[in-house]
Design a protein around this ligand. Structure first.
Ligand SMILES: Nc1nc2c(ncn2[C@@H]2O[C@H](COP(=O)(O)OP(=O)(O)OP(=O)(O)O)[C@@H](O)[C@H]2O)c(=O)[nH]1
Ligand SMILES: [Mg+2]
Length: 473
């Protein structure tokens, strides 16, 4: 990464929160980044179940390291989930963390964890819910009250469903948005870990698709993918890293930071600016698919070669295996906004951005876009490389998750003829395009009623109806 970009102000101010060991270590990488003025670029926090693991962190401010003092949750998310729900001290510490300690002004917050660990898996899921209840749910109540004052209780009584939907829509424009980075484990972590991860990945995926929660995107970086890439690295590169996890953490942190700082530079004829990046990453929902290609400038002959790089980046996924936008039934997953961003070393001239315009055309050929394509490039010293990033969100999952981790494991073992397992059937994660529906609203305490129920309810007093809302946060 270049010096200039590293120290640049980010396009989006963000708070980074790591849960468990893996999550905390990734955030520790992000805590390394400083602005030119010497301040940490991001607000960084780590939460773990015991003090010991937090001590190994180097860059996160010690006052932002929170221990639930449970002494580790034993790589068993199901058990950890139960403990979190029943241990009053842990519950109140989690709640205090979300409601008090995390109190920054940043609109964007990213949660990180490694799925498969007890702490990270259980706390990240709990935190997604607590975060929504504390930061965003009250906004719906506020808007609803203002609407009732403006339009009268009578009108509200007549058009309750519309009021609720509208209140939600208005409030959600000011929601604090969450991005979720949940790493999936190695195949060799074994069937029980994989079974649990599949289950909790599904839970995260359904929270990420629930419009009444605050999750704008989810990303599932794949430790198996990093492991395989790491083994292929030249020895000199490997020597700079502790292990494949270290490699994974740096790649995840670098990718987020690189894109976030590159989108705040400008200075060329085609700029992807901070507003564009905000729209691309934080509007709509889904899995955030990032593509990356980096090639020495000397290997590129003309601007057409950069367009080709974009095409390759779009067809591959960075940080995990590929995704299929067309499923087995031939249905195509819609893509909302997309972004194309190039960082071009100043050592060579590639013209005034024709490569981007051509890449946008290619993108339309390759992706079923329903939103806007944001594109731009910057010219910076970039270690004599050209780096291109592509990103978009869609209701798709990396192949490993789509297929099902346990199934994958069993097939792997069968092929290797090393061990025989009895079938532990678990459903493949389905693409789940959750709409604004009654069930989702019920979870908010806003109940969309059938016409029949509506009539009965209309007979109740307005106070009863407001009381019917679950505003107990
Ligand atoms: N990418 C990445 N993965 C890691 C790292 N450390 C552990 N993991 C993986 O992340 C998953 C969860 O492990 P941990 O984060 O150690 O577990 P934890 O959340 O602290 O939970 P418990 O210790 O079981 O309470 C496992 O699949 C680990 O192999 C890391 O630094 N980076
Ligand atoms: Mg741990």
């Amino acid at each position: 990464m270049t010096k200039n970009l590293t120290f640049n102000q980010p396009a989006m101010d963000m708070t980074m929160v790591g849960f468990g060991q893996a999550g905390s270590r990734i955030v520790d990488e992000l805590a390394k980044f400083h602005t030119a003025k010497g301040q940490q670029t991001y607000h960084c926090f780590a939460l773990n179940s015991n003090d010991g693991d937090l001590k190994g962190l180097k860059f996160i401010d010690p006052k932002n390291r929170i221990s639930l003092e449970l002494g580790g949750l034993g790589k068993n998310p199901e058990k950890a989930m139960k403990i979190l729900k029943t241990d009053d001290q842990a519950k109140s510490k989690m709640n205090h963390f979300i409601t008090k300690q995390l109190n920054t002004d940043d609109q964007h917050v990213i949660f990180f964890a490694g799925l498969g660990g007890g702490t990270g898996t259980a706390t990240i899921i709990q935190a997604i819910q607590d975060f929504h209840n504390h930061y965003n749910k009250p906004k719906i109540e506020q808007v609803l009250k203002a609407m009732i004052e403006q339009f009268s209780e009578e009108t509200y009584k007549e058009k309750k469903n519309e009021f609720h939907q509208r209140a939600f829509q208005i409030a959600s424009e000011n929601f604090r948005k969450l991005g979720i980075v949940a790493c999936i484990p190695l195949r060799k972590d074994g069937p029980d870990v994989l079974r649990q991860v599949n289950k909790f990945a599904q839970e995260i995926w359904s929270l990420a698709n629930d419009v009444t929660k605050s999750v704008a995107w989810v990303k599932f970086p794949d430790n198996q993918f990093f492991y395989e890439q790491f083994t292929k690295l030249p020895q000199s590169k490997k020597n700079e890293l502790d292990n494949f996890r270290d490699y994974a953490n740096k790649e995840i942190a670098k990718t987020i930071h690189h894109i976030n700082t590159a989108a705040n530079i400008g200075g060329t004829s085609l700029v992807l600016d901070s507003q564009d990046l905000k729209r691309a990453w934080w509007e709509h929902q889904g899995c955030l698919i990032i593509g990356k290609q980096e090639v020495p400038t000397a290997l590129l002959n003309s601007h057409a070669d950069i367009t080709k790089l974009f095409k390759t980046a779009l067809s591959k996924s960075h940080l995990h295996g590929n995704v299929n936008l067309i499923n087995k039934e031939g249905e195509v997953s819609q893509v909302h906004h997309a972004g194309l961003l190039a960082i071009i070393d100043r050592s060579k001239d590639f013209g005034n951005g024709a490569f981007i315009e051509n890449a946008v055309e290619e993108l339309h050929e390759m992706l079923p876009i329903s939103g806007t394509v944001f594109s731009g490039y910057i010219e910076e010293s970039n270690n004599e490389n050209v780096t291109v990033y592509t990103f978009y969100k869609a209701k798709v999952l990396p192949e490993r998750l789509e297929k099902g981790l346990v199934e994958e494991y069993q097939q792997y073992m069968k092929e290797n003829k090393e061990l025989q397992f009895t079938a532990a059937t678990i459903q493949t994660i389905q693409e789940d395009a959750t709409q604004i529906d009654a069930e989702a609203f019920a979870d908010l305490g806003i109940h969309l009623l059938s016409e029949e129920q509506e009539e009965v309810k209309n007979e109740l007093s307005i106070k009863d109806q407001l009381d019917g809302f679950d505003f107990s946060f």
